[in-house]
Design a protein around this ligand. Structure first.
Ligand code: SF4
Length: 477
């Protein structure tokens, strides 16, 4: 992708690089530049998206109503049971509370909601205003918790105190208060917790089924389709399987330090990463169950039987098209670059809201030379990159969708709002079909600046390349 001629704030120059050129390191994981109108969400929003899918808890936002409205039903996280998470409660702080404090209002709201909904737990989120006036949210939570039989947990997520990643940290600290408080009797030595999956479009059900077919017990979903009691006993599981590079890794580290639960980092997006995730978990357990790897291999082989021929057919149609990826967590970007390769497409721009130096190093190793890599971008900058290079599709979240459509580009929602599962082997098929349908839509021919255009990007090989990692490595490898 061409990065020349794009207007970038001078303070942000080190947050953009071109793969294969220059020093190779990027400035990241810092507060957003004031006035740049970052695409990034605030600390509170970061905490809210992680904890939101816990479906049998009430979630109370202590702040002005705008904070709650901003994050109301923020993820398409499905529940197989209760749906308390879909209600958005707020203390609706007004001028009176800003001047005299909002603790009394919060306490009254907590008591009323717990009595009315009988939840298994309560999370109370701090926001900018609550933080600025210094309300003692933790004190209120402790006071109420003494009188009720459920955990009432303060989430220290004042919006101004860092970037979205600090919100993940606040959520992990809140979850840490729950873990280790439940009874672990009866948990199998072949057991896992699934961390970092938020059950968008029912994805965690798909992933749970894979693990269960391998003979593993899933103790807790943290946090998709999550339940308070499962999280309380999750320290009894033998392994934490953590998806996402940022959101729940801190909790996995706490669980290793405090309860000795090891963790593995995985990704359920794309063919290679999905298969390798199952193999990595199988390798972990193969000393106590010699058949677990065989079951994983059988599962992958069955899933690929239909998927591979369909991918081949789609690749012929999409060969040489180009894509841009701008996502919250960088782990998705790694998998998406590989997924687009299977479709014969070239990713020319990759960015994330919360990537770390290690994440961006991995992105550079994964993407093609010349790919533009951006950290914490803003609408004008992102729009300019997309327009100058005329990509065929942008993959992003809710805040990127209008940018793509205004520019007359295809868009694929890979974030909170989607209704179609994109994880697992089924998800790869859904993704491939959606990309094909979007890129090939005749509507883009009517966009004035694209009239007369035939194709974008550099044609790549037309042969479907069998993913090399599908034959699992041995434990020692
Ligand atoms: S916490 Fe602060 S930054 Fe976040 S939505 Fe509320 S007011 Fe805005």
């Amino acid at each position: 992708m061409n990065a020349e001629g794009i207007a970038v704030f001078s303070e942000r120059k080190n947050q953009i690089l071109v793969a294969g050129e220059g020093a190779g390191s990027i400035s990241c994981d810092q507060p957003s530049l004031a006035g740049a109108v970052s695409q990034r969400a605030c600390v509170f929003c970061g905490a809210r998206v992680v904890l939101y899918p816990i479906a049998d808890a009430i979630h109370i936002v202590h702040g002005p109503i705008g904070c709650a409205a901003y994050t109301w039903d923020i993820r398409g996280a499905l529940s197989s049971g209760p749906e308390l998470h879909r209600l958005s409660f707020s203390t609706d702080m007004q001028e009176k509370e800003v001047i005299f404090g909002g603790e009394k209002k919060l306490e009254a709201a907590l008591r009323e909601l717990i009595a009315k909904y009988q939840p298994k737990g309560a999370f109370v989120y701090s926001t900018c205003v609550a933080g600025v006036i210094g309300d003692d949210i933790e004190g209120v939570c402790k006071k109420v918790e003494k009188d009720v039989s459920i955990p009432v947990i303060a989430v220290k997520s004042e919006g101004f105190k860092g970037n979205k990643r600090a919100g993940y940290s606040a959520a992990c600290q809140a979850l840490d208060r729950l873990v280790g408080t439940g009874d672990t009797t009866g948990i199998s030595p072949l057991s896992i917790n699934i961390l970092g999956d938020f059950n968008l479009a029912g994805e965690i059900w798909l992933i749970r089924e894979y693990y269960e077919k391998m003979g593993l017990q899933v103790v807790a979903n943290i946090t998709g389709d999550g339940r308070i009691d499962d999280i309380r006993k999750s320290h009894g599981a033998a392994l934490n399987v953590v998806q996402c590079s940022g959101a729940t890794m801190e909790l996995a580290r706490y669980m290793k330090e405090k309860h000795g639960v090891p963790h593995l980092r995985v990704s359920y997006f794309g063919i290679e990463d999905m298969a390798e995730s199952l193999y990595a978990v199988a390798r972990h357990f193969q000393d106590i169950d010699h058949q677990v790897m065989e079951r994983a291999k059988k599962l992958v082989a069955e899933e690929l039987k239909e998927l591979v021929p369909e991918m081949r057919a789609l690749k012929k149609r999409l060969q040489g098209k180009t894509a841009a990826v701008y996502v919250g967590g960088a782990f998705k970007a790694f998998s998406l670059i590989k997924a687009f390769r299977h479709l014969g497409m070239r990713v020319t721009l990759v960015g994330s809201q919360t990537g770390t130096e290690a994440d961006y190093r991995e992105i550079q190793e994964t993407c093609d030379p010349g790919t533009v890599i951006v950290d914490d971008t803003n609408p004008l900058e992102l729009g300019a990159f997309l327009k100058n290079n005329d990509v065929d599709i942008l993959v992003g979240g809710v805040k990127e969708r209008p940018i793509a459509y205004k520019l007359g580009l295809g868009f694929c929602d890979h974030n909170h709002e989607r209704k179609l599962a994109l994880e697992g082997f089924l998800g790869m098929r859904n993704f491939a079909r959606e990309v094909a349908a979007t890129v090939e839509s005749p509507i883009w021919r009517l966009v004035p600046r694209r009239i007369g255009r035939t194709t974008a990007g550099t044609p790549l090989s037309t042969d479907f390349v069998q993913p090399p990692v599908l034959a699992p490595a041995t434990k020692e490898a």
